[in-house]
Design a protein around this ligand. Structure first.
Ligand SMILES: NC(=O)c1ccc[n+]([C@@H]2O[C@H](COP(=O)([O-])OP(=O)(O)OC[C@H]3O[C@@H](n4cnc5c(N)ncnc54)[C@H](O)[C@@H]3O)[C@@H](O)[C@H]2O)c1
Length: 253
């Protein structure tokens, strides 16, 4: 494949939040983008935004934790947009609780979406990347990978994604494929809005309180994360692999 051909990206969890901003940003960088989320119709707004700006995009309904759905979704993307060689494993859920109240299903759901999901979609895409001699994989970790009260499941999954990322970097580097992780701090999305609701705080007050703890004195926006992802997925980032970039408005610890 020549580098003048349009690269095809898959953004999981692309219907809203960080995934939506990333899909729009990658399209602006010239990628054709498969916006993949649980409900295909929920991806319509993002696809419309991309196509209205002159880009190519496809809405794909898929549960990333289901192997058959993932295989079918990646095959569909390859058939309708082209071989996916850029992958952003962004789909995520929270099931926060203190350890003694955390249910088996709270644990399994978070592991299945974040870890199994990233594994399944990466495995399905890697053959296309190997064939192309080019690939960019970015996994969404989190500042919670360093440990966060009430998030034993999520912290374990997000730390696990860092090990997964480094391993993919080692295994796939010889095929022109890089794998990196972006670990966001506090980003304003429906996920953090749900956390505010769970702890009984007004979302604006929750953001203000969070900002006081952040060196740059503001909370993050989805575009802050899309910007870091755009760097890792860029043609020129081929010598940067196996890295974890914290994007949190300052250092953590
Ligand atoms: N918002 C933050 O502060 C923050 C911080 C650190 C890391 N992250 C991570 O960034 C990613 C995006 O977070 P966000 O804040 O935009 O969340 P969000 O809840 O706004 O969006 C997540 C998207 O993932 C989709 N999704 C959930 N389960 C799925 C599944 N099984 N298959 C396909 N899609 C599925 C949802 O439908 C939703 O559209 C997540 O991995 C999250 O853990 C977010």
């Amino acid at each position: 494949m020549s580098t003048t051909e349009q690269r095809v990206a898959i953004v999981t969890g692309g219907a809203r939040g960080i995934g939506a901003a990333t899909a729009v940003r990658l399209a602006a960088e010239g990628r054709a983008v498969a916006v993949l989320d649980l409900d295909e119709s929920a991806c319509a707004d993002v696809v419309e935004k991309i196509t209205a700006a002159g880009g190519r995009a496809l809405a794909v309904g898929c549960d990333v934790s289901d192997a058959e759905q993932v295989e079918a979704a990646v095959a569909r993307v390859a058939g309708e947009l082209g071989a996916p060689t850029v992958l952003v494993n962004n789909a995520g859920v929270l099931r926060d609780n203190l350890l003694f109240k955390m249910s088996d299903s709270d644990w399994d759901t978070v592991m299945n979406v974040h870890l199994r999901g990233a594994f399944l979609v990466s495995r399905a895409c890697q053959k296309h990347m190997v064939d192309a001699g080019f690939g960019r994989i970015v996994n969404l970790s989190s500042s919670s990978a360093l440990g966060n009260r009430g998030q034993a499941n999520y912290a374990a999954a997000k730390a696990g994604l860092q090990g997964f990322t480094k391993t993919l970097a080692k295994e796939l580097g010889k095929f022109g494929i890089t794998a990196n992780a972006v670990a966001p701090g506090f980003i304003v999305t429906e996920m953090t809005a749900a956390t505010a609701a769970r702890v009984g705080m007004d979302f604006e007050d929750f953001q203000k309180a969070a900002a006081t703890q952040i060196p740059v004195q503001r909370v993050g926006r989805p575009e802050d994360i899309a910007n870091a992802i755009a760097f890792f997925t860029g043609e020129e980032a081929g010598f940067v692999s196996g890295q974890v970039m914290y994007v949190a408005g300052g250092p953590l610890n």
